[in-house]
Write a protein that binds this ligand. Structure first.
Ligand SMILES: [Ca+2]
Length: 236
């Protein structure tokens, strides 16, 4: 028993000595920078909560601002998250999408076809193109099956923006808004607008669209001129 006690004490002392030497050695190494480098310093640059068990990530510019963004797969959350980079090493959580069970890898690539690109533009514009117009715009990309050709994208965007139907719709929206600014000197949803919403604006916009922008036939300007609100601006 006495022998075992001495042996245990000896082993303990040896382990303690090794630990002290290792700690001293590690601290010496840790405090030294690599040749030509500043003193090592690390700070957390990814602060958003990206959920449970980050299992894979990929770096790429997802929003076209030339600054790298991150896509991460959260294994146990069954989610994929996008973190937008500011170009200085900081990332902000911008969106999270639920996936199937246990996403374990992410891969980046341009998967938008010319047809999808053209359809999305018209959808956002609220305009339905003719078949020939749609085909003509898709043909801007030639035989490519993606939208990597930035010059073709620019041409398509310009042609959609110059679509006569879209131009008329935007003109009508601005025209109705001008009635509120010019005759009533207020926003469409400001008092004394009933409900303080855009119901009145939308009513006149719908009517102007129905008359293809002909404000005379739509009785629109006339309605503003004879309104008690407009006439009340000049007297009781
Ligand atoms: Ca970016």
């Amino acid at each position: 028993m006495k022998y075992l006690s001495k042996r245990t004490t000896a082993i303990f002392l040896c382990v303690a000595a090794l630990a002290i030497v290792s700690l001293w050695h590690f601290s010496e190494r840790a405090s030294k920078a690599a040749p030509g480098c500043a003193t090592p310093s690390f700070a957390v640059v990814v602060s958003p909560n990206i959920n449970n068990s980050l299992n894979a990530l990929a770096l790429g510019d997802l929003n076209g601002d030339t600054k790298p963004d991150l896509v991460v797969a959260n294994y146990y959350s069954d989610q994929v998250s996008i973190l937008t980079g500011n170009g200085a090493g900081n990332f902000t959580l911008s969106s999270t999408t639920t996936t199937g069970q246990r996403p374990s890898a992410v891969l980046l690539g341009d998967c938008t076809t010319p047809a999808q690109f053209v359809d999305a533009l018209f959808l956002n514009a609220g305009v339905s193109p003719t078949d020939s117009e749609r085909a003509s715009l898709i043909n801007e990309f030639g035989t490519a099956n993606n939208t990597a050709d930035t010059a073709a994208r620019a041409r398509v965007i310009r042609r959609v923006a110059e679509n006569p139907t879209l131009a008329q719709l935007e003109y009508n929206r601005a025209f109705v808004l001008m009635q509120y600014f010019g005759y009533l000197r207020r926003n469409p949803n400001d008092p004394p607008e009933p409900g303080l919403n855009f119901d009145g604006y939308n009513f006149w916009l719908t009517k102007l669209n129905q008359f293809n922008g002909n404000f005379v036939n739509a009785d629109m300007v006339k309605a503003f001129i004879v309104s008690s609100e407009y006439r009340g601006r000049f007297g009781p």
